[in-house]
Design a binder for this molecule. Structure first.
Ligand SMILES: CC(C)(COP(=O)(O)OP(=O)(O)OC[C@H]1O[C@@H](n2cnc3c(N)ncnc32)[C@H](O)[C@@H]1OP(=O)(O)O)[C@@H](O)C(=O)NCCC(=O)NCCS
Length: 199
């Protein structure tokens, strides 16, 4: 379910037509898929949007090969679900697709370690900036919860900044219960700790 938060009446007619097509196309059945080469073009477009807003986790690591070798990038994302000797916590990735376009990403850590208990939790997500405010994240989280249950998790931790109003709404709309708010660093907003029961 995707919602339209745009007041279409404020658009001049040519823009109104563009918005209606774009919003209509997003509204048709968002679904989650494992990383795949099929959505290379829209993923790369989304990747550039994420980088433009300078979210730190869209830099470094395996992301550097997105443009040069997408097949290897996808293979690495899929293999993140495997247990490794170096202590990396296995992670399942899903991409959100609406009307054949990549619109967001969500992932689940199969378990918590001390670092994730403090920041990161089990589940993390991002919506492509140009697709925000249309219910993408709320729907991604709703659809990933059965996947988490399938991994044997009984409840999941989601951490988010006390200032991240959109993420707070996404988590609460999916039954998140606020257990704690903690200041980790005086120069950063306090962190909220939400749990969602899967039983
Ligand atoms: C947080 C984020 C994932 C939300 O994605 P989204 O697809 O826009 O979320 P939704 O459209 O499902 O919106 C969820 C709610 O937040 C509200 N919302 C959206 N943007 C908002 C904003 N800037 N301020 C306040 N509320 C906002 C929406 O109105 C909606 O509320 P409603 O359900 O009462 O109508 C997205 O902003 C994002 O990717 N941010 C950067 C990365 C990030 O913060 N990830 C989460 C880390 S915890």
């Amino acid at each position: 379910m995707l919602r339209d938060h745009t007041d279409r009446r404020t658009f001049p007619s040519f823009q109104l037509r563009w918005e209606m097509i774009s919003l209509e196309s997003l509204g048709v059945g968002l679904h989650l898929v494992p990383p795949t080469e099929q959505y290379r073009e829209s993923f790369v477009r989304g990747f550039h949007e994420f980088r433009s807003e300078r979210l730190p986790w869209w830099f470094g690591g395996d992301l550097e090969i997105v443009e040069q070798d997408f097949a290897t990038f996808v293979a690495r994302k899929l293999s993140d679900a495997n247990r490794r000797a170096d202590g990396f916590v296995p992670k399942t990735h899903r991409w959100a697709v609406a009307e054949d376009q990549f619109v967001g990403r969500i992932s689940i850590h199969h378990e918590l370690n001390d670092a994730l208990r403090l920041e990161g939790g089990h589940i993390g997500y991002d919506t492509v900036p140009s697709c925000r405010g249309r219910g993408v994240a709320t729907e991604m989280l709703r659809q990933i919860l059965p996947v988490a249950r399938g991994l044997g998790l009984k409840e999941v931790l989601l951490t988010c900044n006390d200032t991240n109003a959109a993420s707070i709404r996404v988590i609460e709309a999916n039954g998140g219960s606020l257990r704690e708010t903690k200041a980790l660093d005086p120069n950063r907003p306090p962190k909220r700790y939400y749990w969602i029961s899967l039983t």
